[in-house]
Design a protein around this ligand. Structure first.
Ligand code: ATP
Ligand code: MG
Length: 368
């Protein structure tokens, strides 16, 4: 196939005086884009990179891709990750990964949590602060955790995110609301292990997004493949990081990543995390690939809480969680990338009918 790789390169992002130094931490590096292009070519495809902005309206019709490999994060607005998919749908071009609604929803953590709560999926109790002076909900108890509503890559997450009293809470709210110009999400602080579960594929039957109300109903996961969970080995980081997967750990310290993969978990616990990952993937309407982040509450028998779902998980060949998980599953980087492409192609009718894709969807002679 002819594939257009759509992404926002960090080095092409706009800058201005006084911008936050982490403003574009979730955008991609040239290294990542080169690896994806090389992987797609290894899979036998033609592949070119296009900066994911309004120039796509000119560049894509002249390139005429069969499909777009979309990892665009966007620059502006509360639905920035959904903008390129919206444009591709206008142009009637197929693309990999989740669609407009799922991307906009998953980018907004409080909205995601409202959907999870509706389905009784476990997520820490929370309150969204749109203004600094909003009263604290009486159900909320300290310690709490404060983070931006619509960022990734640990932006705005540091030891100061854990707040123990109202003074600390208001200070942190002011800092985040001013720096990121968006509501702040305040959650119950979950002290415990940090696990992330990668999911690839698509639920086979056209299943409803909503979960059955009956808790004993069969747990539908057919068509999805769960990668071995990755645990961030928080004890091996400097104490300043306060046992958190902070922005600093995800950027400055990323090359010295400490993790356990597969995470040491009992069978039942693994099954529960996989079920929850599938349920979150399903109720948000994700497709092809995602990564669900959890914390296990050490004060409540390691009860799992969903922190968020990432429908555009990082795809750096050396350091991204999803790639490490695939490798622990015996699947190379190129096989992972090409599998995502093929799941998307099959879902959108670009593959011969009746073809059923396993995991990985393709085995390639050379590894990465
Ligand atoms: N309620 C909470 N209790 C304890 N720690 C939390 C809580 N929420 C977030 N954290 C910590 O902050 C980190 C970042 O939070 P979260 O996953 O929500 O943000 P993110 O920056 O969007 O992450 P990603 O890089 O996966 O996109 C978590 O990995 C965890 O270490
Ligand atoms: Mg996360």
């Amino acid at each position: 196939m002819r594939v257009a790789l759509l992404a926002n390169l960090k080095k092409n992002a706009p800058t201005w005086p006084g911008m936050s130094p982490d403003q574009w931490d979730d955008l991609d590096s040239e290294e990542t884009l080169e690896s994806i292009l090389a992987a797609l070519r290894l899979g036998g495809h033609e592949a070119e990179f296009f900066e994911a902005n309004q120039t796509l309206l000119q560049t894509l019709p002249s390139y005429k891709p069969d499909i777009c490999f979309n990892i665009s994060e966007g620059h502006w607005g509360d639905g920035r990750e959904a903008q390129v998919p919206a444009l591709l749908e206008m142009l009637r071009l197929p693309y990999t990964g989740s669609r407009v609604l799922a991307l906009a929803l998953a980018l907004d953590k409080p909205m995601t949590k409202r959907v999870l709560a509706f389905h009784s999926l476990p997520t820490p109790p929370f309150q969204s602060f749109e203004r600094l002076d909003e009263p604290i909900d009486p159900d909320m108890t300290f310690p709490m955790f404060v983070k931006p509503s619509r960022e990734g890559t640990g932006m705005g997450v540091s030891a100061q995110s854990i707040v123990h009293n109202e003074t600390e809470l208001r200070r942190q709210l002011r800092e985040l609301i001013e720096r990121y110009r968006q509501p702040a999400l305040v959650e119950r602080f979950i002290d415990g292990r940090e696990i992330t579960v990668g999911v690839v594929g698509n639920l086979t039957r056209p299943v409803a997004k909503r979960l059955p109300e009956d808790e004993d109903a069969p747990r539908i996961t057919a068509g999805l493949h769960f990668l071995p969970p990755l645990e961030v080995d928080l004890d091996r980081y400097p104490t300043e990081e306060a046992g958190l997967y902070t922005g600093r750990v995800k950027t400055e310290l990323a090359d010295d990543f400490h993790y356990l993969c597969p995470a040491p978990l009992g069978d039942e616990q693994l099954e529960e995390l996989n079920y929850l990952a599938a349920a979150v993937f399903r109720v948000l309407g994700c497709v092809d690939v995602a990564r669900v982040d959890f914390r296990l509450d050490r004060n409540d028998d390691d009860k799992p809480y969903v922190l968020e779902i990432n429908p555009l998980p990082g795809l750096n060949a050396r350091i991204s969680d999803l790639v490490i998980e695939a490798r622990a599953d015996g699947v190379s980087y190129a096989e992972l990338i090409n599998s995502v492409l093929l799941y998307a192609a099959a879902r959108q009718g670009l593959m011969p009918r009746g073809i059923s894709l396993d995991w990985p969807a393709v085995r390639l002679p050379q590894g990465d």
